[in-house]
Design a protein. Structure first.
Ligand SMILES: CSC[C@H]1O[C@H](OP(=O)(O)O)[C@H](O)[C@@H]1O
Length: 364
């Protein structure tokens, strides 16, 4: 999406036809850096250390990682090796496994000599499919925003709260939770977004706010703990978030803190929507709380914070005493009972087995 007056995707094939260029999200909003990743190990580091992040983008990046691996060795064993190496980078977003499985199933039946070129073509297809899936999510979510806008008095805006970054930076383009917001803005519907800062990595404060600024979407940054208060005072018309893995029952695993927002929304009768492309559905899992692996990241992400110092340089500072340990579960699971609807590329599903099967009958 827009960066100043230019249009970007988050990842694209380098002109050398072998490596991939990515927006290195670790430095946003202060610096816009593009990195070229040339090796499988480089892809693994980019995913693990969150140069790229967001379930769909993680999947696309891994797909290109498989293609890069095929350049050196396109054997079945090499496919399995790159599958394992990239699968272990981050455990929660199902799109990673989905993309690796997709690439392996696509390449295995092929002659070894054809695999490298085919892998790059398939990775590019997966990237383009993501853009279309997200645009369709946007159209389906736009209908919800329009329904809310129709109930507003003249001059009133639709107030939307979102958590973390499920924006175009979490995908190849458009985003999932932000797709309806961007389409509403393009149609001139008055929306305003409350952006959860989303501790500890501040994806909201650093990424979502940056995206919305670039698109001219009115927004207000809030601390994570303010959302419930705003809902109690009627200041939020809907919540829309992304997801890293949604179960066949409609339970939603997303950035830590999402569950608490859903509880506050339920308590205040605020519609709580989750936007997701179907590769984010894990049809093999029913009980999200019991079955989804939750990534435990370094406590340093809690005890240190990164920002731009007064001298303009990016700095990392400690915010807690030496010797204080920190727990850092990166995700939580929102039970389906707290979710108003799942906005997919095929329509809006009730968060239930029946709701999902109605949209995805091939999955029965
Ligand atoms: C559209 S998926 C975005 C999803 O991914 C984020 O996690 P992370 O930044 O750790 O990759 C967050 O859970 C977002 O909702």
């Amino acid at each position: 999406m827009k960066v100043g007056d230019r249009h970007y995707h988050t990842i694209w094939l380098n002109e050398d036809g072998r490596s991939v260029d990515i927006i290195d999200q670790r430095w946003l909003p202060h610096e816009f850096r593009i990195e070229t990743v040339r090796t499988v190990d480089g892809i693994a580091v980019a995913i693990r250390d969150m140069w790229v992040r967001g379930a769909p983008l993680i999947g696309v990046t891994a797909a290109y990682g498989v293609a890069i691996a095929m350049l050196d060795d396109a054997s079945d064993a090499a496919i399995d090796t790159v599958w394992e190496k990239l699968h272990e980078t981050r455990p929660t977003a199902i799109n990673l496994r989905w993309a690796l499985d997709e690439m392996r199933a696509f390449l295995r039946p092929m002659p070894i000599a054809d695999r490298a070129e085919a892998a790059y073509l398939r990775a590019a297809e997966i990237a383009e499919e993501d853009v279309q899936l997200n645009r369709n999510i946007g159209m389906n979510g736009l209908a919800i925003i329009k329904e809310i806008a129709a109930r507003k008095k003249p001059g009133e805006v639709v107030n939307i709260l979102t958590h973390c970054n499920a924006g175009w930076l979490a995908t190849v383009d458009y985003g999932t939770a932000t797709a309806p917001i961007y389409l509403a803005t393009e149609e001139g519907i008055a929306v305003h977004v409350y952006v959860d800062e989303t501790r500890p990595r501040n994806q909201g404060a650093q990424l979502t706010a940056w995206e919305l600024n670039n698109h001219g979407v009115p927004h207000t940054l809030i601390v994570d703990n303010a959302g419930g208060h705003l809902m109690q005072h009627g200041m939020v018309d809907m919540v829309i978030v992304g997801t890293d893995r949604t179960t066949a029952n409609g339970d939603v695993c997303n950035k830590i803190g999402t569950y608490l927002k859903a509880l506050a929304a339920k308590d205040n009768n605020v519609p709580f929507y989750v936007a997701l492309p179907s590769p984010t559905i894990d049809w093999t899992v029913k009980d999200g709380v019991k079955e989804i692996p939750i990534e435990e990241r370094s406590g340093d992400e809690v005890t240190f914070v990164q920002g731009r110092a007064a001298d303009g340089k990016i700095a990392v500072v400690r915010i807690s005493p030496e010797g204080t340990n920190a727990a850092n579960p990166a995700f939580d699971v929102t039970p389906a009972r707290l979710i108003t609807g799942l906005i997919t590329e095929r329509g809006v599903a009730k968060a239930s087995p029946e709701g999902l099967k109605a949209l995805f009958p091939e999955r029965t």
